[in-house]
Design a protein around this ligand. Structure first.
Ligand SMILES: C[S@@+](CC[C@H](N)C(=O)[O-])C[C@H]1O[C@@H](n2cnc3c(N)ncnc32)[C@H](O)[C@@H]1O
Length: 295
């Protein structure tokens, strides 16, 4: 069980007990894990304590190796805007800028910690690309992020989930240690600690009318969706069939089907709200452009 989770499971919501526990055992435990002392964190103005209380979750830093792996898994590039929700000393936002060339924003509730994180970014030479907001992750707007990083708690992930699912399809999300309930991850990695990766799926359930696929017939596609998991029925004139190997990756939908002449088709489209555009590749030779509109 993860360290943060076990602390909360042991003591529930009781900050009183949590504080006592952290004061007594927390430092010892975290020192074992990180082999670092509080002196390794902070500067002459502020020295945070490992395990210190935060608004909704205590502060523990993600290990350096995992920070890099999380950002690598999310395929962060200089085109990205990375938001770390609950930024601590700013290390994820700083790594996103320094190692991956991205712009990054950290949101941190503790004012001293947020100021330390901003100083750390300046010391790391990325002060121009890292902004630390002293605010609450449940109040600040992070909708412009292309990548989100989290090291929170399962229930906090679940509270954030509806907001995350409304973000731009294709937004990548990486969470250290904690999952998102029944929204199963697109990838999971377990070194040095378990972490999860998701791509925000476009909402595509409903009935779509497709033009350009079979000009002589009415074509509709009925899609049922649970997060990135989809199934669909393609109706071409009188005949209907389930779509084969459907895959939804952010705003990119692909599937195949066999037409009544036994030709195999590969369809790939990009969804933009209630419209999609893309191609229907027939037998690997012929390609037609298709457009779908949600009814
Ligand atoms: C487990 S630490 C993770 C720090 C950093 N993301 C990392 O991985 O190294 C969680 C951080 O979230 C902050 N925090 C807790 N509740 C918050 C809230 N509602 N809004 C913003 N920050 C919060 C804590 O102060 C703490 O620094």
């Amino acid at each position: 069980m993860h360290q943060l989770q076990s602390i909360y499971d042991l003591f529930g919501d009781s900050m009183k007990y949590l504080k006592a526990w952290v004061a007594t055992f927390g430092i010892f435990l975290t020192l074992n894990v990180f082999s670092q002392t509080s002196l390794d964190f902070g500067d002459d103005k502020y020295q945070p304590r490992l395990g210190q209380e935060g608004k909704d979750v205590i502060w523990l830093p993600t290990e350096n190796k995992l920070v890099t792996l999380m950002l690598k898994t999310a395929k962060v590039t200089p085109n990205d805007l990375v938001y770390d929700l609950g930024a601590g000393d700013g290390k994820i936002a700083i790594a996103a800028a320094k190692e991956f060339g991205a712009r990054a924003v950290g949101i941190e509730f503790n004012a001293d910690m947020a100021a330390l994180a901003q100083r750390n970014a300046i010391r790391a030479g990325v002060g121009d690309r890292v902004k630390i907001i002293n605010g609450d992750i449940f109040k600040e707007d992070f909708s412009k992020a292309t990548v989100l990083t989290l090291y929170l708690l399962p229930e906090l992930n679940m509270q954030l989930r509806p907001t995350i699912l409304k973000m731009k399809p294709g937004t990548r999300v990486v969470s250290h240690a904690f999952s998102m309930g029944d929204w199963y991850p697109d990838a999971e990695f377990d070194s040095p600690a378990i972490s999860y990766y998701w791509v925000v799926p476009a909402p595509i359930d409903g009935v779509w009318t497709i033009s350009g696929m079979e000009p002589q017939n009415k074509v509709t596609l009925k899609i049922a969706q649970l997060f990135q998991d989809i199934g669909g029925i393609l109706q071409i004139g009188e005949s209907s069939q389930p779509i084969l190997s459907p895959k939804l990756n952010g705003a990119k939908l692909s599937f195949s089907y066999i037409d009544r002449n036994k030709n195999s088709h590969k369809v790939s489209v990009t969804i933009d709200n209630n419209e999609f555009k893309g191609i229907d590749k027939i037998g690997g030779f012929f390609t037609s452009e298709i457009i779908g509109k949600r009814n």
